[in-house]
Ligand binder design. Structure first.
Ligand code: SAM
Length: 260
């Protein structure tokens, strides 16, 4: 089945709690690198596009910058707002990036944490470049689908997902999404000084946490309740057979570039 960006992007409307439990925080080193490279401080203005539950927003509150987090999902935003009560420098708005209106040349940093693939590639670089001031930074960070599929393959669970999930992405090992993405940034001719960084670490998941995690993937969210329950049952059986805490290698990429 082909990748339906718009439909699957909207599926996050329902998953706030499991998203927050299942997805891990971004590495501290990545957050530090974005702050350092972009040079944001208490006088800066940051936009977090597809901010979700705030995992990509809240770590930047310590800069003292004013931060605007936007998302289309009420359930994700509800969690972000609850977690941000003490951060008076963050405001959240329910609006899509496509419909978001702000003054041009106003932002010092635009963040897209695990969000770029939900946005229309035709508008994303142009709109970001219009919203950023000259020299402002665009930071894209995410775990590429190839890393995700690799760990599912390593766990011996790929067949289970392919069988149960029509939207499961079967990605050949040769596809390098971070390179493809950085080429897109360069090709737009709107940005310069593009840097790619990779952060590698080991993640540990209990059965419960792993089920929360898979419940955040669009190819699982988009299943009917009956099909999802069947899949979860098979995952639980897998854990009974293996009887251990899952550990897997994870790769997060950062692409950061300056507006020309
Ligand atoms: C995978 S989550 C990432 C959340 C958060 N940035 C993080 O790093 O944990 C993707 C988010 O993008 C949001 N989203 C999808 N399409 C969007 C759009 N067109 N405009 C704004 N947000 C969108 C979804 O609702 C979801 O919360």
């Amino acid at each position: 089945m082909s990748f339906d960006r718009e439909k699957l992007g909207k599926s996050f409307k329902k998953v706030g709690v499991s998203y927050h439990l299942g997805r891990r925080d971004y590495p501290k080193k990545l957050i530090g690198d974005v702050i350092k490279i972009s040079g944001v401080n208490k006088d800066s203005l940051i936009l977090d596009v597809g901010c979700g539950t705030g995992k990509s927003t809240i770590p930047f509150a310590k800069t003292g910058s004013k931060i605007v987090g936007i998302d289309i999902s009420d359930s994700m935003l509800r969690i972000a707002k609850n977690l941000s009560v003490k951060h008076k420098n963050i405001v959240y708005k329910r609006v899509s990036f496509e419909e978001f209106i702000s003054l041009p040349n106003s932002f010092d940093l635009i963040l897209m944490g695990t969000a770029i693939h939900w946005l229309d590639p035709k508008m994303v670089y142009e709109k970001s470049s219009k919203l950023l001031r000259k020299g402002g930074s665009l930071a894209l960070f995410w775990e590429p689908i190839s890393s995700l599929c690799k760990k599912i393959r390593l766990l011996g669970m790929e067949e289970m997902f392919i069988k149960n999930c029509p939207n499961y992405p079967i990605i050949p090992a040769s596809v390098n999404y971070p390179n493809k993405r950085s080429q897109e940034v360069v090709k737009s001719k709107l940005f310069s000084s593009t840097i790619i960084k990779k952060y590698k670490f080991i993640q540990k998941y209990s059965q419960e946490e792993f089920i929360s995690l898979i419940n955040t993937y669009s190819w699982v969210i988009s299943l009917s309740k009956k099909d999802r329950d069947k899949l979860i049952l098979e995952v639980k059986e897998y854990f009974v057979k293996k009887d251990y805490i899952i550990k897997f290698p994870t790769e997060i990429y950062l692409i950061i570039a300056k507006r020309k």
